[in-house]
Every structure is written in structure tokens, then in C-alpha cells.
Design a protein around this ligand. Structure first.
Ligand code: GDP
Ligand code: MG
Length: 598
């Protein structure tokens, strides 16, 4: 196909506004996937994958479409991950397109993620086509939502498409709009090869499968390619397009989207955002904007059973093949033994990895509370980045500590503005902006320490607004604050895995609340267990877990053997999630207690 008849687009939407359903509808309606296959190939597969805990996504699909003008077009749909943690990848995949469908649920309206993704699309100069989805719902208010999009985003909605992905309404109109509104790629076939990697995954037979968009030049099967950021070279074994299953071709030229396999060993060697060029005829400059996605949140992962340490290492190695953003290194904790310090893009990323380790690799893990990365200047003038509170240099060894700040944008019904502002104030937020939108909806913007956001901020926001508010955040920089290290002692022993860094003004409150919470969470033992919180050598809070009375079982359950058995079984189950620290068994919940202080 000539470049003039290629259209590369993406779909951007807030979660649940109907992106996947619309993508399915487009595949069906262009005959890319047959109605019958649709069920078998996609939905069934997806259930299976879901059961294994793998997040499936349709990375890209090439559709042939005969437009009303009688011409044949190639439409490439490039998918984007839907969460703020992965906005770096979103940005890369949008850079591979000329246009985007902006899908907004007509019964809901513009949400924080809609907005964040629109800004990324605008930064990439994409043509944006507004689509109001779910117009079949009785609560749909397309006119109100159009007004919202115009007001908040400043996007003309006179031509917005009214659609129902579920009912198949508006699908033809969407396809025609893509053809007529999204500009074709620039014709740069004669230039040196530059292709943008927008996704990749590890396949145990073929190595890394790389998804890319050719921006300039031509790439052929058998070519020796060079990955410009990593500086490595490979020979292409397999080249193809996604229809949406892989179909081999011999060459791809500027404007086209495809995949390749070249015996690449780990996704890290072919990272999203890198530029592919030819080893023999290298492009002078890589494509713009390659920066590494840096982990923002760290935690310790320890096997409950020390024997599982090699299994944990192997599982992390395997996960890493497919997840270039996952960082890990061995960590030795005096309280917890051998484990790993792991870094993530955000909390969701952390939860996904944790879930996969437990589900796919059958590991029993103790995970410590998430920490952000602090910047410390020592009194020798060294600059340190500290991702583990127990490694913070002592007060007399450091000049200052800085913590990362984020800008948080929230969209909420007007009635909840007060409670959201209160939440932000409690979390050391700095008020930045508030704007009234249409019909009682408001955006509220704050700058907050990331540490205050990665605890239970999201859950608090949702519960305070009955689920109606949405949020987005991004890193804006570091700021100095009077921060101190809070140590926790259980039975007289400091537990490094429970140490944390808190604002001086909050230290006493946190120390008290945390010791109280630990008292609730740690089960009684045969002996008394003192719990203390301290700053340096100064104890600021203490509690005591009373000793278990030996006759508890006998007294409560008398001669009822079956009930007694049940109780013992329950305890045995609960034990799996315990870590012995000295002579005290500490449950997983205790390590996350700091996230649940009220
Ligand atoms: P995504 O998170 O943006 O990919 O959203 P999904 O495509 O998974 O859709 C979220 C939910 O909305 C699912 O339960 C869909 O069945 C439903 N949905 C999607 N499009 C429509 C629509 O046009 N009308 C109605 N009533 N429901 C829809
Ligand atoms: Mg989806």
C-alpha cells in the first residue's frame, strides 16, 4: 500500500469507558477477526490468561478497510496501557501514531485519565477524534459530556461521534473519520531506517518479539539491525504484521507497523522507546524522547520460608525478561534474612508483580511497606539516593534530605471538593488550582509528597467521594523537608524492615498509631512482647502485647474436638504468612500496617 493510504491511530480512554469493546468492534467490522473467531480467539484466550494472572493486551492490529470512497486503506490500531504507572509507555505508543480516538463514556464524562492521555496525545501532535460511547445507556448525556470535553480540553466537539461499542452503533462513522481526519504518515521511505519500538514481549522459542512503527526508510527480513539506545546488534529472523495474529512479510517501509524477532534475550535489550536502525546504514539521530522509565516506589520482598530464596530469585529473573521497568537487587535484612529490594513504576505495577509472583510462581512472600526514593546530601557533600529507610545515614552524617513531589490532578463532583481538600491538607499537600467544569464537576490540583500518595491516598480518595473522583499524578521534582527515621522495636530488637522515613511533625502521631496497630496485628505469644517506636535513641511510643494464657484453647473450646481442630487449622493457614523475627511471629499485615493508620 502507498503511504497515503495508511492510517496509524490509537484509542485513549479512562478505564472502563469502553476502549477494549470498541477495539473488538473495529476488528469485527473490518473483517480482521470473524464474528465466530472473535469469541474463540479473543475472549476465551483472555479468560485463560486472566486465570494465570497475566495482563493481556492487544498490542497492535492491522485492518484492511474499504472506505466509502472505494479506496482500500490499511488502518493500524496501536494500543496503549491504561494506567498512570505506565504513562511513559503510553507516550511512546502515541508517538507511533498520527491520530487518536478519544473515547469518553457518555454517562460519566471526562475523567482524570482521559485528561492525562489527551495531553500526551496533544504533545505528540495527534489528530484527536472525540467519540461519545455508551449512548445506549439510559443515563447517557452526550450533550453535557460534549460540553465538558470542549470546556476542559478545548476540543471542538461539533463533529463528535455518538457510539455504542456494545450495540455496534457509530462504528462505520468511526472508521470513515479515521480515514478522513487522521493524516497519513509522512513519506520518508528514501531515508535511513528509523523504527520506534512501542512494545515487546519475551517468547521462550523466538526470544523477544519487538513491536515497532517504521518512521523512516525500509526494513527487510535478514537485515542486521542496531538498537540505538542499547547499542546492540541483531539479525532479523522473522518480520511480520499483526492481523491481529502474526503474519510474516519480507519488508516493511515508512509508515507501517509490524513485529520482528531477532534472538534478543530480554526485553531490556529492546526497550520500549528505543530506535531501530540498520547496522550498515545507521541513522544519524535516534527518534526523539528516549528516557528510561525510572522506578519510583521500592519495597523489600522476602520469602516466608528461607528455603524459597532461590525460587524467588528465579521468578524475578523470569518476570524481568518481560518487564524492563522492574528492578531488583539482593537485600539482606537483619530481621528478615535474605530477600530482594524491588523497584516499581508505581503502586499498581508493584501489585501486579506481587500478584504474578504469588500466582504464577507459587511463592509465599512477605512484602514490606512501599518507600519512595529520598535524595540525601551527606556532610561530606556526597549525593545519595536512598530507597530503603533502614539505609538512611544518621542525622549527624547528613546535610539534608529531599523527597519526591508529585502534581496530583483530581476530577470530582463539586460536593466532595471539601473532603478531598481536607485529605490533601492532611497529607502535607500544597493547594495549586481549582476549576469548575460543567454541571457541578470540579478539577482540584495539589502538589503532594509522593510518599503521602503511595500509601492509601487512592483508596481514601475513592471512599471519601463514593468512588466518583478520579486522579492522575506525575513527578515534578525533589523538595527538602525536615524528615526523620522512625525505628520500630519488637521484643527489644530493632526491625529494619519496619523502619520508615516520616515528617518530623507527624513522627509522634505515626509512632503511636503504628505501635497500637502492631499490637492488634501481632498475635499473642507465650510471653509478653514490648513494642516501641523511636527516633534515634529516644522512645516516642510504646505498647505491650500481653502473654497468651496457656489454657485459652482448653477454656474456650472445652471438649469440642472438631471446633478445636478448626481453630488449629486456621492458625496453621495463617502461619504461612508469618515471618519469625527473633522469637516473635510477625504476620504480613504488620508490615503493611503503616498503610492503614487512621
Ligand atoms: P476499557 O477499560 O476502556 O477497555 O473498557 P471495556 O471495553 O472493558 O468496557 C468496560 C465495560 O463497559 C464493560 O462491561 C463493557 O461491556 C461496557 N461497555 C463498553 N462499551 C459499552 C457501550 O457502548 N454500552 C454499554 N452499555 N456498555 C458498554
Ligand atoms: Mg480494556
Amino acid at each position: 500500500v502507498p503511504v497515503s493510504r495508511i492510517r496509524n491511530f490509537s484509542i485513549i480512554a479512562h478505564i472502563d469507558h469502553g476502549k477494549s469493546t470498541l477495539a473488538d468492534r473495529l476488528l469485527q467490522s473490518t473483517g480482521t477477526v470473524e464474528d465466530r473467531q472473535m469469541k474463540e480467539q479473543f475472549l476465551d484466550n483472555m479468560d485463560l490468561e486472566r486465570e494465570r494472572g497475566i495482563t493481556i493486551k492487544l498490542q497492535a492490529a492491522r485492518m484492511n478497510y474499504t472506505a466509502k470512497d472505494g479506496e482500500q486503506y490499511v488502518l493500524n490500531l496501536i494500543d496503549t496501557p491504561g494506567h498512570v504507572d505506565f504513562s511513559y509507555e503510553v507516550s511512546r505508543s502515541l508517538a507511533a501514531c498520527e491520530g487518536a480516538l478519544l473515547v469518553v463514556d457518555a454517562s460519566q464524562g471526562v475523567e482524570a485519565q482521559t485528561l492525562a492521555n489527551v495531553y500526551l496525545a496533544l504533545e505528540n501532535n495527534l489528530e484527536i477524534i472525540p467519540v461519545l460511547n455508551k449512548i445506549d445507556l439510559p443515563g447517557a448525556e452526550p450533550d453535557r459530556v460534549k460540553g465538558e470535553i470542549e470546556e476542559i480540553i478545548g476540543l471542538d466537539c461539533s463533529g463528535a461521534i455518538l457510539a455504542s461499542a456494545k450495540e455496534g452503533i457509530g462504528i462505520d462513522e468511526i472508521l470513515e473519520s479515521i480515514v478522513h481526519l487522521v493524516p497519513p504518515p509522512q513519506d520518508t521511505v528514501s531515508e535511513r531506517l528509523r523504527a520506534l519500538i512501542f512494545d515487546s514481549y519475551y517468547d521462550s522459542y523466538r526470544g523477544v518479539i519487538v513491536y515497532f512503527r517504521v518512521m523512516d526508510g525500509t526494513v527487510k527480513k535478514g537485515d542486521r539491525i542496531r538498537l540505538m539506545a542499547s547499542g546492540t546488534e541483531y539479525e532479523i529472523d522473522e518480520l511480520g504484521v499483526l492481523c491481529p495474529t502474526q503474519k510474516q512479510v519480507n519488508e516493511l517501509h515508512a509508515g507501517e507497523v509490524g513485529y520482528l524477532a531477532a534472538a534478543i534475550k530480554a526485553v531490556e535489550d529492546a526497550r520500549v522507546g528505543d530506535t531501530i536502525t540498520l547496522a550498515k546504514a545507521q541513522a544519524a539521530q535516534p527518534l526523539p524522547g528516549y528516557t528510561e522509565a525510572k522506578p519510583m516506589v521500592f519495597c523489600g520482598m522476602f520469602p516466608t520460608d528461607a528455603d524459597q530464596y532461590p525460587d524467588l530469585r528465579e521468578a524475578l529473573e523470569k518476570l524481568k525478561l518481560n518487564d524492563a521497568a522492574l528492578h531488583y537487587e539482593p537485600e539482606t535484612s537483619s530481621a528478615m534474612g535474605f530477600g530482594f529490594r524491588c523497584g516499581f513504576l508505581g503502586l499498581l505495577h508493584m501489585e501486579i508483580v506481587q500478584e504474578r509472583l504469588e500466582r504464577e510462581y507459587d511463592l509465599d512472600l512477605i512484602i514490606t511497606a512501599p518507600s519512595v526514593v529520598y535524595r540525601v546530601i551527606t556532610n561530606k557533600g556526597e549525593e545519595l539516593y536512598i530507597d530503603n529507610p533502614s539505609h538512611l545515614p544518621a542525622p549527624n552524617e547528613r546535610e539534608k534530605i529531599e523527597e519526591p513531589y508529585v502534581k496530583v490532578d483530581m476530577i470530582t463532583p463539586e460536593t466532595y471538593v471539601g473532603t478531598l481538600m481536607e485529605l490533601c491538607q492532611n497529607r502535607r499537600g500544597i493547594f495549586k488550582d481549582m476549576k469548575y467544569l460543567t454541571q457541578g464537576r470540579t478539577t482540584v490540583t495539589y502538589e503532594l509528597p509522593l510518599a503521602e500518595v503511595v500509601t492509601d491516598f487512592f483508596d481514601q480518595m475513592k471512599s471519601r467521594t463514593r468512588g466518583y473522583a478520579s486522579m492522575e499524578y506525575h513527578l515534578i521534582g525533589y523538595q527538602e523537608n525536615p524528615l526523620v527515621k522512625l525505628d520500630i522495636m519488637i521484643n527489644g530488637d530493632p526491625v529494619d524492615a519496619l523502619a520508615m522515613i516520616v515528617h518530623r511533625d507527624k513522627a509522634y502521631g505515626v509512632g503511636r498509631a503504628l505501635t497500637e496497630k502492631l499490637k492488634e496485628l501481632i498475635p499473642r505469644h507465650q510471653f509478653k512482647i514490648p513494642l516501641q517506636a523511636s527516633i534515634g535513641s529516644k522512645v516516642i511510643a510504646s505498647e505491650q502485647i500481653p502473654a497468651l494464657r496457656k489454657d485459652v484453647l482448653a477454656k474456650c473450646y472445652g471438649g469440642d474436638i472438631s471446633r478445636k481442630k478448626k481453630l488449629l487449622q486456621k492458625q496453621a493457614k495463617g502461619k504461612k504468612r508469618m515471618k519469625s523475627i527473633g522469637t516473635v511471629d510477625v504476620p504480613q499485615s504488620a508490615f503493611m500496617a503503616v498503610l492503614r493508620l487512621d
